[in-house]
Design a protein around this ligand. Structure first.
Ligand code: AMP
Ligand code: ZN
Length: 122
């Protein structure tokens, strides 16, 4: 636990969030400002600033987290199959657009009727 870290406080329960999943490695909750119909944040329980700090020794917990992503995405409204899917995103560091300096993965999905073929990455 890192003092004054928002996501440490959410992981410990000190600050409330709309949790959808938790285990010994991580918590998953709804982003407070959803950018799509499904917008979850997957956060490791232990404090690590970003993907920039990840090392080989982190492979076990990180691998377990990654292996959970498909089932968490499906269980929370992402659509199955090639016509569905989701985006998995880890902003890392200032130049990576990271605002909360505790590693987290955005799981973003659901139908976006406003998203045309001309802007597939919007
Ligand atoms: P990033 O720019 O990758 O660091 O993203 C941080 C994300 O955390 C943003 O999408 C915010 O909307 C989200 N966020 C900030 N505070 C909270 C909170 N208290 N509960 C849930 N999500 C939050
Ligand atoms: Zn933290």
């Amino acid at each position: 636990m890192s003092e004054n870290c928002l996501f440490c406080k959410i992981a410990s329960g000190a600050i409330p969030a709309k949790l959808v999943y938790q285990d010994d490695d991580c918590v998953v909750f709804h982003d407070i400002h959803p950018a799509a119909p499904v917008h979850l944040l997957m956060v490791p329980r232990h404090h690590i600033a970003s993907m920039q700090q990840v090392e080989a020794g982190d492979a076990a917990w990180l691998g377990r987290m990654m292996a959970l992503v498909p089932q968490i995405a499906l269980a929370n409204g992402c659509n199955p199959g090639p016509e569905g899917g989701f985006r998995l995103l880890a902003n890392s560091g200032k130049e990576g657009g990271q605002e909360v300096n505790h590693l987290h993965f955005h799981i973003i999905g659901g139908k976006r009727p406003w998203q045309g073929h001309t802007a597939p990455n919007a």
